[in-house]
Design a protein around this ligand. Sequence first.
Ligand code: XMP
Length: 328
Amino acid sequence: TWTMVNIVEETVAAVREQVGDKRVICGLSGGVDSAVAAALVQRAVGNQLTCVYVDHGLMREGESEQVERDYVAATGVDLHVVDAADRFLTQLKGVEDPEEKRKIIGREFIRVFEHAARDIVAQAGLDGAAGTVEFLVQGTLYPDVVESGGGEGTANIKSHHNVGGLPDDLQFTLIEPLRTLFKDEVRAVGEQLGLPAEIVWRQPFPGPGLGIRIVGAVDAERLAILRRADAIARAELTAAGLDRDVWQFPVVLLADVRSVGVQGDGRTYGHPIVLRPVSSEDAMTADWSRLPYDVIERISTRITNEVREVNRVVLDVTSKPPGTIEWE
Ligand code: XMP
């Protein structure tokens, strides 16, 4: 539409003006927001931009491969991939508090971006003014700012990792071209820029990833359990043709809760998995999705059959408010 053309043109012009001939990096998370932010900046400054994908070890099954493949194919952008799983898991070890997790994840992202920026200029053999990366692009949206308590008179509900979770000694100047937009507008911008539907219509996934979907401390074993359960839920939703009917479908592991079950002729003492499919317009409010019972049944049966550590699957029937979409 006319307005989207305007938003795109104005943003591209503003970014070009701000960046000049300097170098820029953009963190790609695999989600629509960072993909659209990157595409806008790429349009503005072309190959002065390098995208950085940080595999923090908190991604879902198959997700890292997908980002590396699809986004580069769609945009031809210069992509720098960092495997930082050990680093994130070490820093998160034993941490249970959701706000603390977000602050650690937000800080570690920045530390990894700083390293990546140095590597990128070194690899390109750049020096002088071109030899530093001054700008960092983030796909922050308006609701992220509001929830983090950044709006006029708003309470801090949770410090989104890329807003309230940023370290105090941040060296980059931030470029946040989507900071005044809602998700539907971001999707429209993405379509305007010609990004493929698989990217534009992906369900939202938080930057801290599965790290905030394990209630309790995060470790590799718990991540592996959740990753398998989540992959089953996603596969069954897709098989039922319902991807576009839900806004988002968090799958949550209650890692510190155990309940008694029976399987075969043996007693089990396993963990519950929570299914949290929601419908929403902008994530500010949400309602629980009335998924068909047969789909929920298939997900439940497969998870308890295929994921040994899980012996119970529960459905979250809370709207937002009073619940938030994520459990942490
Ligand atoms: P809640 O759980 O507050 O989430 O209802 C609203 C939307 O924001 C996403 N979310 C995050 N995204 N960093 C992100 O990039 C975060 O720290 C974060 N916390 C929540 C959540 O998935 C939902 O789409």
